[in-house]
Design a protein around this ligand. Structure first.
Ligand code: ADP
Ligand code: ZN
Ligand code: ZN
Length: 734
């Protein structure tokens, strides 16, 4: 018997080993194995146990040791990761390893932590403590409420005095024990009440959507297209309720958990069952525990970001991808998979329902829905009494802007503040100013490592390249002419914040961007202040556009509606429309009708007008027609071969070679063609010169076939050590 092992390396191949000479565990497909690899010892995954190898037996090294008694990767995960590796032309060993939690990649056993927990002793009661010992009483009360035990971590999170546990122990009121989580059995899952609170009564559209999901009757995909506030989340909750009733699990993918704690809170408020959030704040240990709980079936609801698509479920019931249009579902480097697209594959393989939800669906999903491949439900009205916001294009041609704001917008803000409501201002540019310009010679402060300007930041003061993260002090004089007259040009969130603070000194101005929320808890403090409902002005980047509910906001202002209108990217319009509507969706919830004002220098722009007059659906339909006429995705399929190198010309030369090899050796299937290589839109980035070659096919299978052939050229090219290349299938920026 031979072990065929996937090893995390950039090499596009598997490796054969003989079985280990020692150890008692039986080799099985899906188990981890420690093997010699060059001078190193690495952990790989057994992908097959063939009888023979292409190499003679005496050329094969024996593996060191088998690490698992049972496969760590179940059949589904194995299938999903291997399929994705092949589809995205990514090395299989790397792909499989990325489907595992970090600790398993490092060789830790696939077991729960055996944690020391605290609980109250039998018979302990608050009467044993004097009334004045408030902190001790608080602590004991918590232990009494949690007979299954609590960890000291949890107590710290709740700001309870951990040292007082010892005091309680000395009084024989508290004790420790070792907690071994044990798998639940199928019949235990059905016991007990699922709901913590009653579900809402669905309106007709919501009810139809719920029926369309048909949770429990096998694979089908529903595109749930509902304007913000139309009650999509309520539909998710009730679909989940159905699968929980059948004893099954639900997986929900969201763009970013940290930004939307409210969504998580709603799931926890609705259900009694364990809800597990897989987010970046977890330690590797917590992540493994969560993964194990999902695998054994005791975690019933799993909420996570992109990588959670690889989380195993013992009793799969339903997958939901919320905000399915969000770009974060596609990994942008390394293993460039789309979690949304893998969700379709996974749901099909597990034969369960999939819901893709969004107020502004991607044109890909919309196309699938309109062509009948997916079911399609629309939620067109806001649930409850909330009114949709009114849109307005504010013509700023010929106006001088004050730190990004026109006079008429400033007046509008004043009017709304006088009503005692909140205001949200959207500017997708952080920092103080996007450029620092010499007033004497016109030179702009640029990044030395990128084809880009350095952004001026005031808090703290420095220059920052947002593309490579390079940071420098603010220059005192121009490096071209020596003049000291350097002036910021244009406004970022810091500058607009400054202006608003001066202009509206009595109103709190809250800036919400990556810089202002970098500190731990900063975001939740800002959110807490907003949710007091007191008047304030929020100024923020797209961080504000996602998932929040701000019921007291009556005015949303988009400072620069034009930024995406004329981009070279054919997806520019789609992205702009999605962003604008997502931001607008924050306003006018509950009983405060909202107003959305967009500053533009193109008030007659057909797309902007179609969007605000007829809504996203109409805009998307006309955009799809254009894509169809031009043969662009989703009516064709793209892959980008990207390359980068330390010298200008190398990457492009490399890709030109690849193209020549293709032209000599491959007959492009009809309906396929390639264009380029071209320098990338920002040619130099982080010190590397970049180029790309676009492959386009009418048929997905043709594209794939071509890529497999191109891959062999890439692997064999002699310059492969000087040039770093990667393949991006279904890129978001082709
Ligand atoms: P979305 O996810 O589409 O933005 P939500 O599910 O968050 O919408 O719903 C918006 C608001 O409307 C929430 O406060 C929710 O509780 C309420 N809501 C949703 N469905 C109903 C319903 N059927 N009846 C009454 N209120 C509802
Ligand atoms: Zn100068
Ligand atoms: Zn840079």
């Amino acid at each position: 018997m031979i072990l065929r092992v996937a090893i995390p390396t950039p090499l596009h191949r598997l490796f054969d080993y003989r079985p280990p000479l020692s150890g008692t565990l039986k080799p099985q497909v899906g188990c981890r194995v420690s093997v010699p690899f060059g001078q190193r010892k690495v952990i790989g995954i057994i992908t097959a146990l063939p009888e023979h190898s292409e190499l003679p037996l005496d050329k094969l090294k024996p593996a060191h040791i088998i690490l698992d008694a049972a496969p760590v990767l179940d059949g589904l995960q194995f299938y999903l990761a291997r399929w994705a590796a092949s589809y995205y032309a990514y090395p299989e060993g790397d792909a499989l390893s990325q489907a595992l939690p970090a600790l398993l990649r490092k060789g830790e056993p696939a077991e729960f932590t055996h944690e020391t927990l605290w609980r109250a002793t039998p018979g302990a009661s608050l009467d044993a403590l004097s009334k004045s010992a408030t902190r001790q009483r608080e602590l004991l009360a918590l232990l009494l409420r949690n007979p299954k035990g609590v960890s000291t971590d949890l107590l710290r999170v709740e700001s309870l005095p951990v040292p007082l546990l010892k005091t309680l122990k000395d009084k024989a009121l508290a004790e420790t024990f070792i907690h071994h989580p044990t798998p639940l059995h199928a019949d235990e899952r059905e016991e007990g009440e699922i709901l913590k609170e009653a579900p809402l009564t669905l309106n007709t559209e919501q009810h139809q959507a719920l029926q369309n999901i048909a949770a429990g009757s096998g694979f089908n995909t529903l595109l749930l297209e509902g304007i913000t506030g139309s009650g999509k989340t309520e539909v998710y909750l009730q679909a989940i309720q159905q699968v929980l009733k059948e004893g099954k699990q639900a997986l929900i993918l969201v763009p970013e958990i940290g930004l939307t704690p409210q969504t998580l809170a709603r799931f926890k408020a609705r259900f009694q069952v364990p809800v597990i959030a897989l987010h970046s704040g977890l330690t590797d240990r917590q992540r493994l525990d969560a993964w194990l709980m999902a695998r054994e079936g005791s975690a019933r609801i799993l909420i996570g970001t992109r990588s959670a698509i690889f989380t195993p479920m013992r009793y799969p019931g339903l997958i939901i991808v919320d905000e399915e249009h969000d770009q974060s579902f596609k990994q942008q480097d390394g293993f460039r998979y789309s979690a949304r697209d893998l969700a379709v594959l996974r749901a099909k393989h597990e034969d369960i329902a999939l819901v893709l939800g969004s107020a502004t669906p991607s044109l890909e999903s919309l196309h699938n829905a309109l062509s009948g491949r997916y079911r399609h439900s629309l939620l067109t009205t806001r649930a409850g009494k909330a009114m949709p916001p009114a849109f307005e294009l504010l013509d700023i041609r010929g106006e001088t802007l004050n730190c990004g704001l026109s006079d008429s917008l400033t007046q509008r803000i004043e009017t709304h503040l006088a009503q005692g409501t909140q205001i949200l201002i959207f500017l997708n540019r952080r920092g103080f100013s996007p450029s620092l310009i010499c007033h004497n010679c016109g030179a702009v402060n640029e990044c030395t490592r990128c084809d880009a300007r350095m952004t001026l930041h005031r808090s703290p003061p420095h220059m920052h390249c947002h593309h490579c993260d390079r940071q420098t002090p603010i220059p005192m004089r121009c490096n071209q002419c020596g003049s000291e007259d350097l002036r910021p040009s244009g406004a970022g969130t810091e500058r607009t914040e400054d202006f608003l603070c001066h202009r509206f000194p009595k109103t709190p101005v809250l800036r919400i961007d990556r810089d202002s929320t970098a500190r731990k808890n900063a975001m939740s403090q800002l959110m807490a202040q907003i949710h007091t409902g007191k008047p304030c002005i929020m100024i923020g980047t797209q961080m504000l556009a996602k998932g929040h509910h701000f019921p007291r906001v009556t005015l949303v202002a988009v400072l620069d509606a034009d930024s995406g209108l004329f981009s070279a990217d054919f997806r520019g319009m789609e992205k702009t429309a999605q962003l604008v509507l997502q931001v607008a969706g924050r306003a006018g919830r509950a009983d405060h009708p909202g107003e959305v004002v967009m500053q533009t220098r193109h008030p007659d722009h057909p797309m902007l007008n179609a969007l605000i007059r007829d809504g996203y659906g109409a805009f998307a339909a006309s955009e799809l027609q254009m894509r169809k006429a031009a043969g662009l995705p989703p009516f064709s399929f793209h892959a980008l071969i990207r390359a980068e190198a330390t010298r200008q010309g190398w990457a492009e030369g490399f890709l030109r070679d690849i193209r020549e090899m293709m032209e000599e050796q491959l007959a492009a299937p009809s309906g396929s063609h390639w264009s380029g290589p071209f320098p990338s839109p920002m040619e130099k980035r982080a010190g590397l010169y970049r180029a790309q070659l676009l492959i386009q096919s009418r048929q997905r299978s043709d594209l794939h076939q071509l890529l497999m052939r191109i891959l062999t050229f890439l692997i064999q090219h002699k310059a492969r050590n000087k040039v770093r290349w990667s393949i991006d299938v279904d890129p978001l920026d082709s």
